[in-house]
Design a protein around this ligand. Structure first.
Ligand code: HEM
Length: 318
């Protein structure tokens, strides 16, 4: 499995099954619905910024590229969850477009890297001058995120650790790592900075892609758009225009749109690797009435696109 070029020590790059389980357990509870609800005030604050920017664009009649708005929103939110502060991309005039474009180019390269794994290794380990020649479009990402920004990330870890306010660390995912039974070698500034970068990296593109695809589907399907508007109209109008999270979560039609969007436009489309370390995986072909057994320890993978869009490849009228 290729090691993640940005965060080689992160959950994502942990190959050993038990070590991966331990590292994951340390942060699991921070992704629970209850934890997400505790972040509601941050969500509101950031959505307020988005609405203010929309107002500005509407007044100047200028085009706003939603893809970058969604990316900046996801990035600021997730980074804040780690550090109690963020890169404030929602305040940037272009919503941090250049950095996001480079990340997209990197993801394009990962498709080739699946076949030519040495390519990803080269990108990770080669010296900067060589990367500049071989991957000129991507050097910015490696330098920005690995060197300049890594200072931002490790400084932010140190800042949180040394904060005189004990509540500050409790508000962040670091609390989970620090209070876990993980060895001290897993609690260094460098590993925590890497873990944070990975989670932001994993969360910003997927979430933004989902929102972007949902917006497209809503606008491309007038019936869906009409039904959604009718459901949204049932919410109590509020001065800031942002309804409470619990109320939006209870909207079943909106929920169905989100689920269908993730099914048809999965945020991660590459084949996802799995290994059952101790027991074989049994599969029954119901049509042929045949049973197959994949021995334990076998590495296998499935394509989310093939699995999720098997029956319907288009957005149904719901
Ligand atoms: C709609 C949004 C999202 C989608 C579609 C999505 C999809 C996925 C998928 C398919 C995987 C598994 C990859 C694999 O098994 O190889 C994954 C892993 C992961 N995701 Fe997400 N994700 C989303 C949002 C987020 C967010 C918001 C965060 C963080 C705040 C996040 C953090 C992670 C992490 C850390 C992993 C690695 C977990 C591990 O290795 O144990 N994701 N995501």
């Amino acid at each position: 499995m290729p090691i993640h070029p940005i965060a080689p020590d992160s959950i994502f790059s942990t190959v050993d099954h038990d070590q991966h389980r331990q590292r994951r357990n340390a942060v699991n509870s921070f992704f629970s619905p209850a934890s997400v609800h505790r972040l509601e005030h941050v969500l509101k604050e950031n959505l307020g910024k988005v609405l203010a920017r929309f107002d500005k664009h509407a007044r100047s009649r200028s085009v706003v590229q939603m893809y970058y708005v969604f990316k900046a929103l996801a990035s600021d939110l997730i980074t804040f969850y780690f550090f109690d502060k963020c890169l404030n991309l929602l305040d940037a005039s272009d919503f941090g477009k250049a950095g996001f474009d480079t990340i997209d180019k990197f993801f394009l390269m990962t498709h080739i890297g699946k076949v030519l794994s040495w390519l990803m290794g080269l990108f990770t380990t080669a010296t900067n001058w060589l990367v500049r020649i071989l991957f000129s479009d991507l050097i910015d990402m490696r330098e920005r995120r690995n060197h300049i920004s890594s200072k931002w990330w490790s400084n932010a870890v140190r800042d949180i650790r040394n904060s005189p306010d004990p509540q500050r660390i409790k508000r962040t995912i670091f609390e989970g790592i620090l209070s876990s039974k993980l060895p001290d070698s897993d609690k260094t500034d460098a590993r925590m900075a890497g873990e944070a970068q990975l989670v932001v990296f994993a969360g910003e593109g997927t979430t933004a892609w989902t929102m972007h695809a949902a917006l497209y589907q809503i606008l491309a399907n007038p019936v869906v758009c009409k039904k959604l508007k009718a459901e949204l109209a049932s919410l109590e109008p509020l001065a800031d225009g942002i309804p409470p999270l619990a109320e939006t979560e209870a909207l079943t039609y909106l929920g169905a749109i989100i689920q269908e969007t993730i099914r048809i436009h999965p945020g991660v489309i590459s084949r996802q690797l799995r290994v059952s370390p101790e027991v074989p995986i049994l599969y029954t072909d119901k049509i042929k009435g045949k049973e197959y057994s994949v021995p334990q320890g076998t590495v296998y993978s499935m394509s989310p696109l093939a699995l999720l869009t098997f029956h319907h490849q288009t957005f149904p009228a719901l």
